[in-house]
Design a protein around this ligand. Structure first.
Ligand SMILES: NC(=O)c1ccc[n+]([C@@H]2O[C@H](COP(=O)([O-])OP(=O)(O)OC[C@H]3O[C@@H](n4cnc5c(N)ncnc54)[C@H](O)[C@@H]3O)[C@@H](O)[C@H]2O)c1
Length: 437
């Protein structure tokens, strides 16, 4: 099929590339000329495992092309995916300017019938409203389907190739069949292709993110309680997880969720509820709990250093909002860095992929280290903010030698508290305590 994907960010680039890989002719459109120019010359703007290789191969073979010109980009396309950003607006609701702009451009440009598919996460009713807006501009028939994206940054290619499910929001049989044909190569493992109304599809994405964010805020709150009462959250997790109604997934204590989705999507749901006069107390609490969780490590550090971090040198491992991505949007590490800088600390930071993005924000204010050990030189403590695999098995003797004092604040429970204590570290985990003497 001939496909256009508008917006070549984390979602659009993966969508376009994986569809090209399955034999479609894909044109990726973005208004960011630098990004498109880079992609056309083999420069991939984001880190996502496995993505570069696929882009290079499909671009070389002519199935994947990049342009800033939306009109020509969609001319031949049978299906147009919209994957532009829908960031948080001023009132907490989603900012849909990108969706409306692209819808208008498509309506002005189309010369023959098209299927338009919204991949971006959008408030319920956006599909219907976009159709109304576009119909005032063009007489050419078009259908708009909703197809929310569930990929996880870090495993996006795998998620695309083997989706848990594909959700389609449409009332048109022809659109269902067209999209089923497009996605058939990814449904060979019998995973469901779920067709519902556009409103239900739009809602499905938010409900999924609300539940996942709730699980994180829940376990974080329980973890803080464990710490206060000398219980161990790892034991408690085992104690609850074997109950099949509960399970183990997504119940790891940490320093709060970040990224470009959960924070803004939870607030968008709060806004959607408020717009209809419905209570959203749970989601408000999830958001608040998460915001305060992002300060937990800073509070622990203040306590440890007797209330002052001035002129302390702190090493930080992990800056991306989660491992296997370079995405630092709403990352807990960024909140921590801001607090530590304000408190007068000197920071030596490392991340396997996100250093350039962090440098773009903080410039000269931080010392950027290419190797984790390099951060530890003369540092008064190490903080682990993101659980990259490469941090799991370091040489603890080297670490002790490099650090001024062997102090670790582990925001992701990467290490074992008993082992660390035996090795002579003053170790602060999440939801677990050992007396630090
Ligand atoms: N990142 C994720 O893990 C993820 C997962 C599921 C859903 N989503 C949703 O998918 C959407 C896209 O997310 P993302 O992370 O890929 O965003 P992103 O910010 O990485 O990329 C968006 C891209 O759209 C482009 N763009 C914006 N307006 C445009 C316009 N008018 N014309 C052409 N291009 C335009 C931007 O230049 C940018 O390259 C959002 O709604 C998000 O909530 C994201």
């Amino acid at each position: 099929m001939k496909i256009a994907v508008i917006g070549t960010g984390y979602v659009g680039l993966v969508q376009g590339t994986c569809l090209a890989e399955s034999g479609n002719d894909v044109t990726c459109v973005d208004k960011d000329a630098a990004k498109i120019n880079g992609l056309s010359h083999g420069v991939v703007p984001i880190y996502e495992p496995g993505l570069s290789e696929l882009i290079h191969r499909n671009h070389r073979d002519g199935r994947l092309v990049f342009t800033t010109d939306l009109d020509s980009g969609i001319e031949e396309a049978e299906i147009i995916f919209i994957a532009v950003g829908t960031p948080e607006g001023n009132n907490g609701g989603a900012n849909l300017n990108g969706i409306w702009t692209v819808g208008r451009q498509i309506a002005l440009a189309i010369r023959k019938p098209k299927t338009i598919v919204i991949k971006s996460t959008v408030p319920v009713g956006t599909n219907a409203l976009l159709a109304i807006k576009m119909s005032t501009i063009t007489d050419i028939p078009f259908n708009i389907a909703s197809n929310p994206e569930f990929l996880k940054e870090g495993t996006a290619i795998e998620d695309f190739n083997k989706p848990d499910r594909i959700v389609i929001g449409t009332r048109k049989q022809a659109v269902t069949e067209q999209l089923h044909t497009l996605y058939a190569p990814f449904l060979r493992t019998d995973h469901p292709f779920l067709v519902m109304s556009p409103e239900s599809a739009e809602m499905t994405k938010y409900v999924a993110n609300c539940l996942l964010a709730t699980k994180i805020s829940f376990i974080n709150e329980m973890s803080n309680l464990c710490e206060a009462y000398s219980a161990d959250i790892n034991d408690v997790r085992r104690g609850i997880g074997h109950d099949q109604r509960i399970g183990f997934h997504f119940l790891h204590p940490g320093v709060g969720y970040g990224g470009s989705c959960f924070p803004k999507d939870i607030r968008a749901v709060v806004h959607m509820a408020q717009s209809r006069g419905i209570s959203s107390r749970m989601m408000e609490a999830v958001d608040l709990t998460n915001e305060s969780q992002k300060n937990i490590l800073f509070q622990k550090m203040l306590n440890h250093f007797s209330g002052s971090l001035r002129d302390r040198t702190i090493a930080i491992w992990g800056l991306a909002f989660k491992p296997r991505t370079d995405d630092i949007r709403e990352a807990p590490a960024i909140v921590l860095i801001n607090s530590l800088l304000e408190a007068g600390a000197d920071l030596r930071v490392h991340d396997p992929e996100a250093l350039d993005n962090v440098r773009a924000i903080f410039g000269q204010k931080l010392t950027y280290c290419d190797h984790p050990y390099e951060t530890l030189e003369q540092a008064d403590a190490l903080v682990i903010a993101t659980e990259w695999n490469e941090f799991r098995n370091p040489d603890f003797e080297i670490m002790k030698r490099l650090l001024n004092k062997p102090v670790i604040f582990d925001g992701r429970n990467v290490f074992d508290i008993s082992r660390m204590t035996t090795l002579g570290f003053t170790y602060y985990g999440m939801g677990q305590t050992i007396s630090h003497t």
